[in-house]
Structures are given as C-alpha cells and as structure tokens.
Ligand binder design. Structure first.
Ligand SMILES: [Mn+2]
Length: 323
C-alpha cells in the first residue's frame, strides 16, 4: 500500500482543529493547490480521530478526505470514527440493542459536536460515514507501522487474514456490538489500547469529566512491577494504587511491543509536554491539540530509529474557536 522509498509526515489526532491542521501543513511545506493540500515530494499519514470535540470538524474532514482522494495522504481509523459508525449502524436483530453503539447520554455527548456541525449537512455526513469504511484499522509499511492506539499482532494477523487491506465493513461493525467477539476485541485493542481495571472497585474521573473504572496501560514495558509502572494516561493514579504490585497474572496479560520490531506510530493518548519518542521504535503523536495542546507531526525519511529532532508541531492558540 505504501512505497517504502517515500518520505512521509505522520500526523496525530486532529479532532476538528482544522485551522491548526492548515497551520501544521503549511509549516511542513504543504501548499493549497487546486483545492487540495499537497507537498512536492511527501505524503501525509493521519493516525485517525479527525472528528469530535473541536470547532471545525466538517472542515477538518474535508481537508483530510480531499488529500486522501488526491493521493496526497492516507488516513487510518480512530476510535471516534469507529464510534460514529457504531452510532449510525442498526444493531443485528435479537441483540437487545437498537444501534451498535447505543444512544446513551454519554455516547451522545462524545459525538454531539460532530452531529451539530453536520446538522445542516446531512448528505455530507452520510458521505463521510461511507468514507470511514475506507480507513484501514492499521497500516503495515514494512519498515514502519501505524495504528491508532495499540499494535497487537495476535489480533492484527487474523484481522489481516479476513480483511487484507485492514478496512472493515458493516458486518464487522455490527459484530463489534457483542462484547468478547473478535470484532469487539479488535476495536477495543487496536483503537482504544490496553487497559486494566482499578483495584478495589475504585473509579477515576478524568480531565475530560468522564468517570472510568479502568486506566490505560503501556503496551511495551518489558518488566513492570507496579500499577504505576504501566499507567499511560494524563490522569495520575492515586498514590496507593500506583504502588500496588502487579500480580503474575496481570503481568502475563500485558502486551510487550518489542524494541526490535519496526517503527510504530500511534495517536490517541492525550500526551502533554514536548513531543519525543517513547522508545527508539515507538512514538505517540497525540498531544491534545483540541485541549490547547499541540498538533504534532513526525517527519519520517529512511531512518531506522525515531529521531527526537524530527517532531514538528503547532501550539494550539486558545481558543481555536474564535480565530
Ligand atoms: Mn483516540
């Protein structure tokens, strides 16, 4: 799918920050020509989560879609695009649900910015939903890989056997409504990452206002000892939880993306601070653009280790909404 000899610009979660995206593309040397952002030599690779939360979701989708259609970019699917498909897809008869993603207040709240911005453009939204099916769940370019949240070879290999280009269909979305199904596991793992349940029935209310019984975990740590060694999310664990030792069972259940595997790029994790590699072969490019963080790109050429000097970003002026 991707020419390994090309140079690429990988771009983290846009979440409706269209002005910031234009600013970033301009900074990277892309120019708006004949209606599409283009670079004379390079191709943009988006890590998913173009929609939700931000002020210019429809504009952001048009920018990315038009680049992809013109051969100037590829875009993989984020959990927000998958959720939008689930929200819009009727559940299979007999599943006790009306939609794959039930229309609860919590789910409605996550999608409300997107739906309200398309309120006057129903055909446009309909077309974008169809286009989401052309976004692969992962890209394996040989010397580097992309997935929105977590590379799990144990799921990607069987997924690839079924969907060789990584693009799923409506049957897959419908199957994902069933907890524990292959489709549900793939969606959870690849697009939302690994997590663990907080001990003793504890819950955490995140900076986003949502309360969760789980916390996000690293999927590459070789020899973690405590909960604090594996937590990977903006909200810190309570001290006592962080010091809790991992049981052998919990350690065994953790994924370990190897240091000798191809370069891997993910989005999804609401990082803060200055963009940097997590490991020589792993980088997260989501630095919370929509929360007045940074929209981040990595300029990938032929290197075999992620180079800390090749991150490029735009600080999101607060707030993009009134620019
Ligand atoms: Mn995400």
């Amino acid at each position: 799918m991707l020419d390994p000899a090309r140079s690429y610009d990988l771009i983290g979660d846009v979440h409706g920050c269209a002005h910031t995206l234009e600013h970033l593309l301009d900074t990277l040397g892309y120019r708006f020509q004949a209606g599409v952002w283009r670079h004379p030599e390079r191709i943009a690779l988006f890590l998913g989560d173009i929609i939700d939360r931000g002020p210019r979701i429809r504009e952001a989708l048009h920018i990315v879609h038009d680049m992809v259609e013109a051969g100037q970019a590829h875009c993989i699917m984020g959990n927000h695009e998958f959720n939008a498909l689930g929200w819009s897809t009727p559940a299979l008869p007999g599943s006790h649900k009306q939609f794959v993603r039930e229309h609860t207040p919590r789910h409605a709240r996550l999608l409300e910015e997107t739906l309200s911005q398309f309120d006057q453009h129903p055909q446009d939204w309909h077309d974008f939903l169809a286009w989401f099916y052309t976004m692969p769940l992962f890209i394996d370019a040989g010397r580097f890989r992309m997935v929105h949240a977590c590379w799990d070879a144990g799921l990607i290999e069987p997924l690839r056997a079924q969907y060789s280009d990584g693009c799923i269909d409506e049957h897959f979305v419908q199957a994902s409504a069933e907890p524990g199904s292959f489709a549900s596991n793939v969606f959870d793992r690849l697009l939302r990452g690994t997590d663990m349940r907080l001990p003793h029935g504890l819950t955490l209310t995140g900076g986003d206002g949502l309360t969760r019984a789980f916390f996000r975990t690293k999927f590459w740590e070789d020899d973690p000892q405590t909960y604090g060694d594996v937590v990977f999310q903006p909200d810190a664990l309570p001290d006592l939880v962080a010091k809790t030792p991992l049981s052998p069972l919990e350690k065994n259940a953790l994924l370990r993306y190897g240091i000798d595997e191809p370069l891997l790029f993910v989005g999804h994790y609401w990082r803060s601070g200055n963009p940097a590699p997590i490991r020589p072969n792993l980088a997260c490019l989501d630095y919370s653009a929509v929360l007045y963080g940074k929209l981040v790109a990595y300029r990938l050429d032929q290197e075999t280790c992620i180079d800390p000097r090749k991150f490029v970003w735009v600080d999101v002026e607060r707030p993009e909404a009134v620019q």
